[in-house]
Design a protein around this ligand. Sequence first.
Ligand SMILES: NC(=O)c1ccc[n+]([C@@H]2O[C@H](COP(=O)([O-])OP(=O)(O)OC[C@H]3O[C@@H](n4cnc5c(N)ncnc54)[C@H](OP(=O)(O)O)[C@@H]3O)[C@@H](O)[C@H]2O)c1
Length: 276
Amino acid sequence: MYTRHADDGLLLTPRNLNARWARLYNAPVVVDTPQSQPCLIFPAKISAMKRVLVTGGSRGIGRAIAVAAQRSGASVIVGSRTRPDGLSGIEHVTLDVSDPTSVAAAAAAVGPVDVLVNAAGVAVDGLLVRASDADIRRTFDTNLVGAVTTTRAFLKGMLARRSGAVLLVSSVAGIRGSAGQSVYSASKAGLFGFSASLAREVASRGIRVNTIAPGFIETDMTAGLSEARRAEIIERIPLGRFGTSEEVAAMALFLMDAEYITGQTFVVDGGLSSAA
Ligand SMILES: NC(=O)c1ccc[n+]([C@@H]2O[C@H](COP(=O)([O-])OP(=O)(O)OC[C@H]3O[C@@H](n4cnc5c(N)ncnc54)[C@H](OP(=O)(O)O)[C@@H]3O)[C@@H](O)[C@H]2O)c1
């Protein structure tokens, strides 16, 4: 086993291939085969060597995060109730985060991951007085309880390996509130307390927990908004448009590699929450 600093990177044998080396030298990594033929070159990203599970990765923001992670070289699994089309090179596991039995089965099938992205979510919008018990329960069971139980399931492997990163996809609605979204906002606000507390609980084990709070993003979730409502919202966004899933994915990718950041919330909303 040996390592060598090359001008253009770090030469590693399979035995010493370790994310820590790449982190220490912040360099492209050349992996040597037993026959001493360099066979792989990774970019200087820790995410290149990660196994990443994205819940809600079949559509929208989760899907964009899955694709971005795969492009950076990670091995990616998408967890959702329906199997997505057109995600070549990305694994799928059937997962209903609102069902603890499904979460346990998915955790057993997938095994340990380096990064868990909790992006699965539902929005049942409407005035509180018209919200059904079933809609309230489904919103909390998916957005809050689902993220908590899924995190618990995959945290066990991270604790054993003393490293990992958990990302929660919350919403600016959970920070600022939004008329017609009281139930959704409450479920998303719960993620802030959860992630801030869990970050303190597991930091000493080398595990980071961060939250992304998107504003209005172009996905199926916002596709049903009327033109009038869209115009009204865009009027309040300083950058004058809805965001894209890829713009949220860029933040997620950054956080997968941000080794000195934990317990934080990152808003991706075109300035919406900063506006008066
Ligand atoms: N779009 C926005 O403007 C916006 C803003 C702020 C925050 N967010 C949050 O960002 C996340 C992604 O939203 P999006 O806009 O990308 O929504 P989307 O396009 O509607 O996609 C939702 C994803 O969640 C999955 N999902 C829903 N219920 C699930 C369950 N019980 N178990 C597993 N997966 C489930 C869906 O897959 P299946 O249906 O196949 O299960 C799908 O992949 C959500 O948490 C949402 O609250 C979105």
